[in-house]
Design a binder for this molecule. Sequence first.
Ligand code: SAM
Length: 287
Amino acid sequence: MTDTTKSTQPVIADPQVTRHIMKAFNLRAAKKLGQNFLVDAGIVQGIVEAAEAGPGDRILEIGPGIGTLTQGLAESGAEVTAVELDKKLPAVLAETLAGYDNVTIVPGDILKVNIPELMGSQPFKVAANLPYYITTPILMALLEQHLPITLLVTMVQKEVALRMTAQPGSRIYGALSVAVQYYTRPQIAFDVPPRSFIPAPEVDSVVIVCRVREKPAVEVKSEKMFFRVVKAAFGQRRKTIANAMKGAGFQAEQIAAALEKCGLDSKRRGETFSLEEFASLADALTV
Ligand code: SAM
């Protein structure tokens, strides 16, 4: 096991320290990379606690930025692997996180990195202040790959967290709600105001904890068919389930037979379907 020497570096989660680092390295927060750096030590601590981070943990961080959350995670004694897309930042991180021998910085795009190769087959956690322009693709990629993730603790736009936890019948219930709830038990942990970042984002943020289920919430014969049906249902969410599925390429007779077999009304909209109902419909369509 590695000796996790604590650094004598100042706490990065502070407006003055962050401004100083940005000035020293001539950095400007890149909007197109979703760069909003945390400057609130209380929020960093809140994420570390929500991740239940400690010695023996392996944590994948997405987008370490200048090392703000990384430092908090490293201080807990966890082994941190952080993937950063911005090519300028690894050199900055080498200095801001100097002294932490439990941090590995991996330059690259989280959507392209081979995560099984990077993290291996042992359980790990994910912690991140996510870049908001690709929150959904990142969450979907992490969930769909069946990685040995136990806990996902992420800072997301409040509106996205509300979609992740939305229930059937609500206007914001959609494919993201179904996917997140199929794989995990999501729970909003706490609100984070715009002033906790530099620069301040134009939206409200929250930290959401998603505990990965040992088994998905519902059992299905084919996960591929389950998500095909879900995507079809929400692809044209104003239409009835039968019409939305027809629009997505399913045959009318096939849909009618499957809905009847499950005792589901063809006039209902997909947005009213529970995970169990999507599962039974998908199973009826799986040959
Ligand atoms: N963790 C830092 C913090 O809390 O202050 C920075 C968070 S900032 C909201 C998001 C970070 O993700 C930025 O550092 C950005 O460069 C990085 N990023 C953006 N797209 C990425 C991608 N596709 N893969 C990896 N990192 C990415």
